[in-house]
Ligand binder design. Structure first.
Ligand code: GLP
Length: 245
């Protein structure tokens, strides 16, 4: 795995934005896999600035988001639909018909999941998948478990994830208990993967992700099996990498 350690969150975001921009410049019809969470927020801000100032053109780009809560309408301020519009889609020129975010609100959830993977395949597959990592090592909403699902599916969120994400809600009770997420297989099919992690609270998961062993109990560890993964860390997230047991 290629690991790059940035001085701080700002530098990490700049590096990540430049990699996405390079992907889009090289292939204006790129298929991007996109993540939410606080980590990629600054990357999206820099990409939006590149669009405004340098005419970075997203008009041919197709996007697939990793995940979405079940139980929040797309216009709910904590939904990932809302996040993506707010942080990125309303700031750049991605065509709305090219935006894909899983939504299991109204339709048959199994059908939604099946069609989501089919749509990714029909688009030619994801060229560059952006990922964050949960404190428990989840990617998308693939939570630690004995078995992981290969394809897009509905998942029960762990207490740790609900706890971690309650900072975005008024109270813990408001955090949805379920989500729809691309599976680890859907993620691993991406041609390139770029995982971002920032902060001391991610250091343990990062260390375990890069341990040289894979386990479904730390879903991000599977990325060690991918052929072209890049991990961008800030110093805090990388702080346990040199530490001896
Ligand atoms: C959330 C999302 C993930 C995200 C992760 C880390 O639960 N489902 O896609 O990568 O947690 O979030 P953050 O960047 O806010 O730490």
């Amino acid at each position: 795995m290629k690991i790059v350690i940035a001085a701080d969150y700002r530098e990490l975001s700049q590096m990540a934005a430049e990699i996405v921009a390079e992907q889009v410049r090289t292939n204006k019809n790129s298929v991007l896999g996109l993540a939410t969470g606080s980590t990629p927020e600054c990357m999206y801000a820099i990409l939006s600035q590149m669009h405004r100032q340098d005419n970075l053109d997203f008009s041919g780009v197709i996007t697939f988001n990793l995940d979405e809560y079940v139980g929040l309408a797309p216009d709910h301020p904590q939904s990932y639909h809302y996040y993506m519009k707010n942080h990125f889609f309303n700031q750049v020129n991605v065509k709305s018909c090219n935006i894909n975010i899983p939504c299991a609100e109204k339709n048959n959830p199994e059908k939604v999941c099946l069609e989501y993977d089919q749509n990714i395949n029909n688009s030619g597959g994801i060229d560059l998948q952006v990922l964050g990592i949960g404190t428990n090592g989840h990617i998308g909403f693939n939570e630690p478990d004995r078995f992981l699902s290969v394809d897009t599916h509905i998942v029960d969120l762990t207490e740790e994830t609900i706890e971690a994400n309650c900072r975005f809600f008024e109270s813990k009770n408001e955090v949805p208990r379920r989500a729809v997420t691309m599976g680890v297989g859907s993620i691993m099919k991406a041609k390139k993967i770029m995982l971002l992690a920032s902060g001391f609270h991610k250091a343990k998961a990062v260390k375990e992700m890069l341990s040289g062993k894979v386990t479904t109990e730390l879903p991000a560890s599977l990325l060690q099996l991918h052929h072209d993964p890049l991990v961008i860390l800030d110093h805090e997230a990388a702080s346990l990498l040199q530490a001896k047991e």
